[in-house]
Design a protein around this ligand. Sequence first.
Ligand SMILES: [Zn+2]
Length: 525
Amino acid sequence: MPDPGTVLSRLTERLAPLERDLHRAFWTASTDASPKASAARQRAEEALLAVLGDAELFAEVKEALAGAGGPALTRRALEQASLDLLANQIPEGDRAELVALQAKVEHAFSTVRGRVGGRELANNELERILATSDDPAERRAAWEAGKQVGAAVADDVLALVELRNRVATERGYRDWFAFALAGGDIDEAWLERTLDGVELATREPFGAAKAELDARQSARFGVAADELSPWHYGDLFFQRYDGEGEADLGPLLEGADTVGLTVATYDGMGLETRHLLERSDLHPRPGKDQHAFCLDVDRAGDIRVLANLAPGEEWLDVLLHEVGHAVYDDHIDRSLPWLLRRPPQPLVTEAVALMLGRLRRDPEFLVGVLGAGEAAAAALNGPSREVLRTGQLVFARWCLVVVRFEQALYADPGGDLAGTWWDLVASLQGLRRPEGRTAPDWASKIHLAVAPVYYQSYLLGELLASQLDQAVRAHAGGFVGRPEAGAFLAERVFAPGATRPWRDLVASATGSPLGPAAFLAGLAA
Ligand SMILES: [Zn+2]
C-alpha cells in the first residue's frame, strides 16, 4: 500500500513544473503567435499530458485512496488528482495527435481573419459592424466573414472529435461527451434535468423578449420580422444582448478608462487587482489571440489576463469578468497542497466571473464607479435591469445550443452537422437559417475545438452566479463599495480552493445545492 503523503508529493513534484511551463508557453503562443511559439506550446503540453496520462501513476493514486490512511486534506488532494488523471488516460500516440491537431486549430483561430471585399478584418471589427451598422449588406458581409474560419478548421475539428471519441470508447465511455463530464465530476442525468428545466422555464420569456427585439430590428432595417436573418442581431452568434437607446451606457463610458473602472470596482470590494493587471496583456495587436482569458500560471501568484480592450460596455464586461477569475485564483490559500490550489470545478470560477461582470449594470456601480448623477442613474435603472435580464435569456438559450450541439456532435460526428446546428439555432434562439447555407458555421465557435464539452460550465455558471449573487447581497447588502462582499467571497468561495467537492462548496457558501431557482427568480423579477 503506497503512503498517501508520499504519492501526493511525488505527483506534485512531477506535475507542478510541467503545468507552469505549459502555461508560460501557452501565454507566449497567445500573445505572439508564431510557428515557433506554437511548437513550444505543443511540446510543453505533450510533456504535461504524458504525466497526467501515466497509467502507473493513476494506479498508484487509486491504490493509495483504496486504503483508509492519510490526513483528510491529502486524501482530498488525491481524489482531485484522480479525476485529472482519469480525464487524461489517453494512449501516447493518440495524445500526440490530439495535441498537434488542437494546436493547429488554435493557430488558425489566432491568424485567420475574415475577408470582407478585399480586406481582412479582425473579429473586433466584425463585431463592431454587427453592433453598430445600419447597412444590412455590410452586416451580412461581416457576419459571413466571421464564419469563414469555420470552413478553414471544420475538417480538423471533426478529426479531433473522431479521435476524442475513440479515446473515450476505448476507456468504456459512450463517447467523449460522457467521458468529459465524468472527468469534470458532473453527473450527466443531473445535467440533463437541469438543461431541460432551463429550456422549459426560459422558453416563454425568451420568446417574448425576442419578439420585442425582432419588432425593433424589423423597423430599423426595413425587413419583415419573419425575414430577419442572423446578421440582423448584435453579434456573430446572437449570444449577447447589450440593449440600445435608453439603456445605452455609452454616454457614461465616453472617454472612460476600462482598466481604471475595473480597478475601482474591485477596490470597492476590498480586492486588490493592480499587481494582477501589471502582469496582464490587455490591448489588441496583430498576431495576438483575439479572445480573452485569465491564466493562473503557477498557482503561486503569477496570474495574468489576456484581453483586447476596445471602448464600450462589452469589453468592460469582459475585463470585470476576467479579473474576477484572477482575484479568485489570487485568494486561494497558498498553504494548501498544490493540487488543491484551484477552483474545485471550472463552473465555480465561471460563476464568480459572470456575477462580477454583471456589476457593470448595478445601479450602485453607475453612481459609485461611473459617477452618474442620481437622475441619470435612476433613468437607467429600469432599462439596465431589462438589459441584464434579456442578456441572461439570450445567453442561456445560446448555451443550450452549444451544449446540445456538442452532445449531438459526439453522438454522431458523421451526421448532418450543419442541419443539426441550424435546427438548434432555430428552435432555441429563434434565428432563421439563411437560404441554401450549408457552410460548417458550427466550427467557427472556437470552444468546440479547443475547450470541448466546456460550455455547460457557462450555463451552470450563470445559475450559480445568480445563486451566489443572492447570497452575497443577503450577507453584505450588495457589492459596490462593500468590502464585506469581497471578504465573503474570499473566505467562503476563493480561499478553500478545491478542498471540498464543488457541490459541497456551493451548498456551504450559498446555503443550498446548485439549481436554477435563483436564476429563474431573477428573470421573473
Ligand atoms: Zn470566464
